[in-house]
Design a protein around this ligand. Structure first.
Ligand code: ADP
Ligand code: ZN
Ligand code: MG
Length: 470
């Protein structure tokens, strides 16, 4: 009786050579405080300079998300104190962000994007074990970030996860961010409230700094149950900023939320507003690659069902592979089925990516075509897949092992009769109406032919021999 209302705030680390406002290089995992300078240390008198590459990458993301890009953009100071923020303010954007009013499609539904803005990251506080103090590493201070805020239009924890998966694929396809949550290069804060359908929004809470898509989903599921309990018993949800504890799977209160006025936003006096010219923007548009959503549409035009088209298009490993396989002229939907089911299953089970296997687009296409042409049965194809994934040529394999489909009806009929004669008990059950038992006989015939008999044909011949309906 309550429905969740969810909005996300996502931070992506931009993939640039240097930081947002200084020429320090970006390095992950280097010794602490080895990539710092007067600007990112916040020393008095130092002056920031905007990183053009970061702005361009932010703009490319804005364009890819169909956002409106203004003619002018500007940086603001967001003031707060924290040990890992040496300037005591973060340079961010306020009322002139680089993008607003975009959207991202998830399963055919558009999730609105309120705004996209640039800002710098803070450093990192380290709490070494066994000592009574905290250390600060400022290598990350000043790293360029793009923040994206959605409208409160996400309807379930599952959809929130899907949104993030798609955003990650888009950022990677554009080359603007590695978007890897495990490296802290993609972080999400989630906002969630409950309401009765049709009623105004309820009070939301914000859950901070979730570093995996799974945590986002789990935290939301927990929080929705928690709020539901409160509302059902007639209570009120209190607005707060929460943190999620991975171990217990619960949320807990970090602080009651600061309001915007606490930050005392004001225009960054050291960086004047700057123009985003039409020529610049159109040059950036030209640099956009084919995006997953467009790719999905292309796959659909080729005859792939929308569901499979979308899964493949957002899979940055499988999509180029699928594109190559399509060139062979094999049936697009059949290729998609193999990739999305059997091949993916193999990859997951062996924990490898497709590039680490010996599977080539042509060999996959051949396998599909062998089944299509009736040269082999689907069952044989599935059986030899692991070897084809290791680099075997499917045609050679079929030839070598004599796995061609048996098309000689007489030969199969003889086998069917033999199996029927050898299994009087099963035959009796079938004739007594337990028609499902026919599968046991079917299995025996299939086994005797090592899967090379077309199952439909075997079923028909069995039914004939037994005098029952197929
Ligand atoms: P605030 O001013 O509290 O930060 P914003 O309007 O900036 O709120 O929105 C922050 C995030 O919270 C956005 O992702 C937005 O979609 C989401 N949000 C806003 N209102 C609600 C609500 N009632 N329930 C859930 N999420 C919400
Ligand atoms: Zn620096
Ligand atoms: Mg906000």
């Amino acid at each position: 009786m309550y429905e969740p209302v969810i909005g996300l705030e996502v931070h992506l680390h931009l993939k640039t050579k240097t930081k947002m406002f200084c020429s320090c290089t970006l390095a992950y995992g280097d010794p602490p405080n080895t990539h710092v300078c007067p600007v990112c240390l916040g020393l008095p008198g130092s002056l920031p300079v905007v990183n053009r590459e970061a702005v361009e990458k932010g703009l490319m993301l804005a364009l890819a998300l169909h956002a409106e890009v203004p003619a002018f953009t500007q940086f603001h100071r967001k003031n707060y104190f924290y040990p890992d923020l040496p300037k005591n303010y973060q340079i961010s954007q306020y009322d002139r962000p680089i993008g607003s009013g975009g959207y991202l499609e998830v399963g055919g539904r558009r999730i609105g994007i309120k705004r996209i803005h640039l800002e710098e990251d803070a450093g990192k506080s380290l709490h070494p074990e066994g000592v009574g103090h905290t250390l600060v590493d400022l290598n990350r201070a000043g790293a360029p970030l793009v923040e994206l805020v959605t409208e409160p239009e996400i309807q379930s924890p599952e959809e929130a996860r899907e949104f993030l998966v798609r955003l990650q694929a888009i950022a990677r396809a554009l080359g603007v961010s590695d978007a890897s949550p495990e490296e802290g290069k993609m972080r999400a804060d989630v906002n969630v409230s409950l309401r009765r359908p049709g009623e105004p929004f309820g009070t939301k809470v914000e859950i901070k700094n979730l570093n995996s898509f799974k945590s986002v989903q789990r935290a939301l599921e927990y929080e929705i149950r928690r709020q539901e309990k409160i509302l059902r018993s007639g209570g009120r949800v209190e607005q707060a900023t929460l943190a999620f504890d991975e171990a217990s799977g619960k949320t807990f209160v970090m602080r009651t939320k600061e309001t915007e006025s606490d930050y005392r936003y004001f225009p960054e006096p050291d960086l004047p507003p700057f123009r985003i010219g039409k020529e610049w923007l159109s040059a950036l548009k030209d640099r956009l690659p084919e995006l997953p959503a467009e790719r999905a549409k292309r796959y659909q035009r080729a005859g792939v069902r929308p569901y499979d088209a979308e899964i493949l298009a957002y899979d940055l490993e499988l999509a180029p592979f699928f594109d190559e396989a399509l060139k062979t002229g094999a049936d697009p939907q059949k290729l998609a089925n193999w990739l999305n089911a059997d091949v993916k299953g193999y990859l997951a089970q062996n924990e490898v990516s497709i590039a680490d296997t010996g599977l080539t687009p042509t060999n996959l296409a051949r396998l599909v075509q062998l089944v299509e042409a009736g040269t082999i049965t689907g069952r044989v194809a599935k059986e030899i897949l692991p070897e084809v994934m290791k680099g075997a040529d499917p045609e050679a394999l079929v030839e070598e092992r004599g796995l061609k489909a048996v098309t000689d009806e007489g030969a199969i009929r003889a086998l069917v009769e033999k199996v029927v004669a050898e299994n009087p008990k099963v035959v009796e059950q079938i004739r007594a109406g337990k028609t499902k038992a026919i599968n046991a006989l079917l299995g025996q015939v299939m086994k005797a032919t090592r899967g090379t008999a077309p199952p439909d044909l075997v079923r028909r011949l069995l039914a004939e021999a037994l005098g029952v309906e197929a």
